[in-house]
Design a protein around this ligand. Structure first.
Ligand SMILES: Nc1ncnc2c1ncn2[C@@H]1O[C@H](COP(=O)(O)OP(=O)(O)OP(=O)(O)O)[C@@H](O)[C@H]1O
Ligand SMILES: [Mg+2]
Length: 249
């Protein structure tokens, strides 16, 4: 197929950020397709988290462009980027442990969208249904009215993913989502991400190569702010350069 660059959900081109002359991300170009799960791997300090910081507007680039659905994100505020459909989960879960699962999901529902023209009752029904639907997806439907403080670390990570899903992002970015999870939770998370990517694109940063192999459509290897290689997991994991700087350690 002859896809032009405008066919991608996300087009990052020549992206660079310098911190006092040190280029944490250096002339990075990457394209993410619709419904794709892209995994970014690489050694500590490679610039992985910084790439997500740049996409979500938390860090401003020194050079380059980030187009999401053909909107230039480098000029938009962090909240405008969220509203345009980019959701981002940070490394540590930040759910409200004094609220129930339902309440955590409910407060994340984007209220602004339907304020005008819909009846209060109808809106509430919509919110309740959406919370139930998301809770089912993140495997917490049975605990809907229990305190989030009772959840395991892994379940808290799922809840936080749910709090993003309720906003229906077209692009979801997750920084090390299975860190600290049990083997079973990792397997469930892989399935969850597969379901999530049925109608959105996902970017995941991850170190667990078994998990990466389970979820990745394509892997990008970062090293010193640059792409070392990119492609299918089998190609990437056998690449001598990747073994040298990352997998061999
Ligand atoms: N705001 C900042 N100011 C100065 N330096 C920064 C800033 N953010 C990141 N860096 C530096 O940029 C480099 C890349 O950091 P980043 O957190 O993106 O790495 P990473 O690939 O996510 O690593 P890890 O696997 O350890 O999470 C590091 O050397 C870091 O110290
Ligand atoms: Mg990081």
């Amino acid at each position: 197929m002859n896809a032009s660059n405008t066919d991608f959900v996300l087009a990052v081109e020549n992206l660079t950020v310098s911190f006092d002359g040190f280029k944490a991300v250096d002339d990075l170009t990457l394209y993410v397709d619709e419904g794709e799960i892209r995994v970014i791997i690489g050694p500590n300090g490679a610039g992985k988290t910084t790439v997500l910081d740049l996409i979500c507007g938390r860090t401003r680039s020194t050079q380059g462009s980030i187009r999401f659905r053909n909107r230039e994100l480098t000029k938009m505020s962090e909240s405008a980027i969220v509203q345009s459909g980019v959701g981002r989960k940070f490394q540590t879960p930040s759910v409200y442990t004094d609220l129930t699962i339902f309440e955590n999901l409910e407060i994340s529902y984007p209220r602004g969208r339907n304020v005008f023209g819909s009846l209060f009752f109808k809106r509430d029904e919509t919110v309740i249904r959406k919370c139930e639907e998301v809770a089912e997806m993140i495997l917490l439907k049975d605990q809907l009215h229990e305190s989030a403080g009772l959840l395991s670390h892994g379940q808290k990570q799922w809840l936080e993913i749910g709090m993003l899903l309720i906003q229906d992002p077209e692009l979801l970015m997750l920084d090390e989502p299975v860190a600290g999870m049990s083997v079973t939770e990792r397997q469930e998370t892989a399935k969850l991400l597969r379901r999530i990517s049925e109608n959105r694109s996902v970017i995941v940063i991850e170190h667990d190569m078994q998990f990466v192999a389970e979820i990745a459509d394509k892997v990008t290897v970062l090293h010193q702010g640059k792409i070392l290689t990119e492609g299918a997991i089998d190609k990437v994991k056998n690449d001598p350069k990747v073994i040298e700087v990352y997998l061999g350690h």
